[in-house]
Write a protein that binds this ligand. Sequence first.
Ligand code: PEP
Ligand code: MN
Length: 262
Amino acid sequence: MKKKEISLSPDITIGGDATSLILGPCSVESYEQTRTVGALIHKLGLKIIRGGAFKPRTSPHAFQGLGEEGLEILRAVADEFDLLVVSEALGVEHVPLIAKYADMIQIGSRNMQHFPLLWAVGEQEKPVMLKRGFMSTIEEWLAATEHISTRGNEQIILCERGIRTFETATRNTLDTSAISLLKQTCPYPVLGDPSHATGRADLVIPAARAALAAGADGLLVEIHPNPLEALSDGAQSLTLAQAEELFDETTRIAIAMGRSIA
Ligand code: PEP
Ligand code: MN
């Protein structure tokens, strides 16, 4: 299967020889929080920051994100540190807004089969990161990519973020065989998300290693300056020190897999 390398900018691509490590908070909470994270990403020599401004929270009483203010913060921090931005569009109405501020549009797990949203990102030009629905088969996931590509946009990156199984000790179950299978059968780059897959910071680095060893082109990982005070997904967020450890581990596995790190 010929691999498709997706360009986020003239010099940053996903799916090439280099392994992409995408770090950032689950939610953009404040300028200070986001800048602290952005400074670390820059210090590590990485190029992409993630952060949610519109959050798909299970409870309507949970923090829903800062909205456009969050996107402004992300863009300001990214511009200061020369980073690219990935952020989630929760609905069709968010697509132009996310495309204005971000370099790649994230479609979340709960929206993998939100067809009008897939059509909307298919009709614009920014690359799309399509997370796997936590109850979706690989076949359904690939059908979702076609809802995007048949509208014109073939700049698609898949992200395995864990599926719901009978297991309750972890938030989800990381499907590493899906990563390996897709690498053999599908042209799009595949990322692993060990944060949502495990739900536990102490399992994020081991799951990250497994995703890379299975053939993932990169990782999407949640980090926070103070996970205990995070407004969303604190239990699975790495501290900045743990993020540095993750960077070292990622570099080691990337080299073992015959790749470099972007
Ligand atoms: C996220 O990346 O913060 C997120 C909400 O992920 P998922 O859609 O995989 O739950
Ligand atoms: Mn999250």
